[in-house]
Write a protein that binds this ligand. Structure first.
Ligand SMILES: *Cc1c(COP(=O)(O)O)cnc(C)c1O
Length: 373
């Protein structure tokens, strides 16, 4: 068995996706599965599709290329504004991309024409997150540009919330996004097929009581993967929070009492050194470190305390006899820990839970064509 590894229960990813799709479907909202936290891992993406996700999205072209290399043929959207230096790769592997910059839209159009294709454009509107986005008053002008330039087609508009700037959106902001989509259609003519209302942080609104208006898509990563609502960190009712487990090997145990009490408690310090005053009587050292994951995003096994971590070691206190050398310790991860862990070259991914129990309704990315692992 290889350590450290992340075990992924594909059945739980499928069921989480299904659960959200059923609930959001009642509200007229479809789900785009976001694969950036899992670096575009094809089998996990496939589990999202098998659960009913309408399409996939990622922020990085390398992840999209990984999905394509594994045989996924369904729609994939780039949800970070493309780099000018990557427009050719973007039009090659993505049906559509989120955009805010006229210059980049023009470059995408030129790249699509070179390929003899048409690239879809979703315009990202700034609604308060202060990350990427076109100001609402400038949206019609940019939409006109997309309409006029051959090689690109206006697919819709979208907004992002609670990424750079804290809070989840209000019903008023969401009504404003709906009104904006009606106005753009009035001004520019085309039917906007996508009005994408944000990420997992927007689930409380999407599943709430307010009208969903024109919003017909939501982009979900964290909620599907971890079963939690990001702003509160709370479990979403009926969802699995343990689809991912980090499994690590014990490389040292130490039954001696600590030689002196250590007072420094600064979990954010560069050299993490958290010390508890009581409880743990023994220490164990595990072969994983800050180079592999966000140590503070690991939930400690019951009764254990985090003592500290360096680039390559994780030191944990345990009130009971520590496990023997070579045995394993299991952790749940938060989003940060998962994102870093999935990208770490020394952490293997082990898939559990096999192919779906019901036939997939999706023609794209058939399981048997995927390079699993
Ligand atoms: C990361 C991202 C998402 C998905 O966010 P989650 O919190 O994982 O649901 C959606 N949209 C954009 C633009 C993103 O960058």
């Amino acid at each position: 068995m290889s350590y450290p590894r992340i075990e992924v229960d594909l059945g739980k990813i499928r069921r989480n996706t299904q659960t959200l799709i059923e609930r959001l479907g009642l509200r007229g909202i479809g789900v785009t599965g976001v694969t950036k936290a899992i670096c575009g891992h094809p089998a996990i993406a496939q589990a999202m599709l098998d659960g009913g996700a309408a399409g996939l999205a990622d922020a990085r072209i390398r992840n999209v290329q990984r999905l394509r290399a594994a045989g996924m043929t369904g729609p994939i959207t780039l949800i970070r504004t493309p780099m000018l230096s990557q427009v050719d790769q973007v039009v090659q592997s993505c049906e559509a991309s989120y955009n805010t910059e006229p210059l980049i839209i023009s470059a995408l159009a030129a790249a699509a024409i070179r390929r003899g294709s048409v690239h879809g454009i979703v315009l990202m509107v700034e609604m308060g997150d202060q990350r990427d986005g076109i100001l609402p008053e400038n949206l019609a002008d940019v939409a006109q540009l997309v309409m006029q330039v051959p090689g690109v087609a206006l697919k819709g508009i979208g907004a992002n919330f609670a990424c750079l700037n804290g809070g989840a959106p209000t019903a008023i902001q969401m009504a404003a996004l709906s009104a904006l989509s009606n106005r753009i259609e009035g001004d520019c003519g085309p039917f906007l097929s996508i009005v994408s209302g944000g990420n997992s942080a927007n689930l409380p609104w999407a599943l709430g009581k307010h009208s969903t208006g024109r919003i017909n898509d939501i982009r979900l990563g964290e909620a599907i993967l971890l079963g939690v609502e990001p702003v509160s960190g709370d479990q979403i009712d009926g969802m699995h929070t343990d689809a991912f487990t980090l499994v690590v090997e014990v490389i040292e145990t130490d039954a001696r009492p600590k030689p002196f009490p250590i007072a420094l408690i600064d979990p954010t310090a560069e050299r993490l050194c958290i010390v508890t005053t009581g409880g743990a009587s023994t220490r164990m050292i595990l072969a994983i470190g800050r180079q592999d994951t966000d140590i503070l995003g690991l939930s400690m096994p019951v009764g254990c305390t985090l003592i500290g971590a360096t680039s390559d070691h994780l030191v944990i206190g345990t009130p009971v006899t520590p496990p023997t050398l070579g045995s394993e310790v299991r952790f749940q991860m938060n989003y940060n820990a998962l994102m870093h862990g999935m990208a770490a070259p020394d952490i293997k991914v082990k898939l559990l839970g096999g192919p779906p129990t019901r036939p997939s309704g999706h023609a794209q990315g058939k399981v048997e064509r995927l390079a699993l692992g």
